[in-house]
Design a protein around this ligand. Sequence first.
Ligand code: 5AD
Ligand code: SF4
Length: 450
Amino acid sequence: MPGPSPDGATRMTDVKKLFVKTYGCQMNVYDSERMAEALGAKGYVTTDVVEEADMVLLNTCHIREKASEKLYSDLGRLRALKAERPGMKVGVAGCVAQAEGEEILRRSPVVDLVVGPQAYHRLPAMVEGGGRVVDTDFPVEDKFTLLPERKALRGPTAFLTVQEGCDKFCAFCVVPYTRGAEVSRPVARLLDEARGLVMQGVREITLLGQNVNAYHGEGPGGSWGLARLVRELAKVEGLARIRYTTSHPNDMDDDLIAAHGDLRELMPYLHLPVQSGSDRILKAMNRKHTAESYLRLVDRIRAARPDILLSSDFIVGFPGETDADFRATLDLIRAVGFGAAFSFKYSARPGTPAAEKPPVAAEEADARLQELQGLITAQQHAAQEAMVGREVQVLYEKTGRKPGQMVGKSDHLHAVHVEHPEGRVGQLQRVRVTASAANSLAAEPVGPAS
Ligand code: 5AD
Ligand code: SF4
């Protein structure tokens, strides 16, 4: 909504347009929404057209090299636009902002403000203040309390950040440096926020955290783990589905595993990064688990919830990775059978321990990445094919490209296209899967969700 003018009425001339570009993870998607809401209170409405923006906000990701290169090339392009629109402000938020701070102002004259992930609540004041500013403090105050109430919602699914930061210090990863130490939000606030979301029509909530299953928030009677939080959320009337991401294998405790068997609201899909199947490399990565302990964990999770689909993250070409190490990763993939996975070629992140070590030859890493992705794609297709003929539940998120078509996600997080002219967004529907395409399923309606 536009901001009020001094006489209290809202005039169209007060409306300023905000263009937000989000790089990277779901945490950033969530943060972008919250920043747009915070600036909404200052009269900004969001636009999809960068050329008409009064403010451009780039919410960056630092986790892999390409992401920050992309930021600087986007900033290069904004230079021409800003020359035409001198009043336009450009802000850089997120983990690159945190990591590079003032360096961004030095390297890119087009940038007006740089704001780290813990300082978003101060963004409106920074925008009003003018001048070129950097705010990348790690304040103790809870930015979540200081950000305005959530309002701008786009559909029946929502993210809810329950935890930020990471204390794991995997040797390749910048997150512990850019997002800082683990901090969990208190239970009461999360329950309030979840109930508020449900009142606005949200039926599925994905709990977010860099290390979400290490959640240990203050709750009635002391510190609560993620399982207890999920059990409490499952009681919220109207909340049909709960997911959480991203988990570390070592924080999958018995209660959380049991919850996957007990709670119909907890969806049968788990993203559980393993990174490598070689114990030597896992040790060098400082992952603190082995291939064997990961496989045993998978067995325990599947014992609780046999139909669960697992996904993972893999890094190929970590310094010192030999062909035998890589084969061990392929063996682990074959042993688990994943429903999906993200795989990355290792890129050295300055300041991390692994960045000091000699890299694997690029051609070698490229070839490994291709081979690994081929295997994962085959497993993904097999998991999708196994759904054909089965009845699954889909939460409709939007209408499809074809008339009469609805699009949503199944319990197993498959994208599903359903021919259903009477369907409406927000509806939980039972469907029968009729076909599997490259990255989605096709289905026909059967009846309302059970
Ligand atoms: N190089 C390549 N991939 C990385 N990831 C994190 N840091 C790096 C890096 N330096 C991957 C990991 C992580 C995912 C979010 O990004 O697989 O789980
Ligand atoms: Fe990074 Fe995840 Fe390791 Fe934490 S657990 S250091 S976020 S890869």
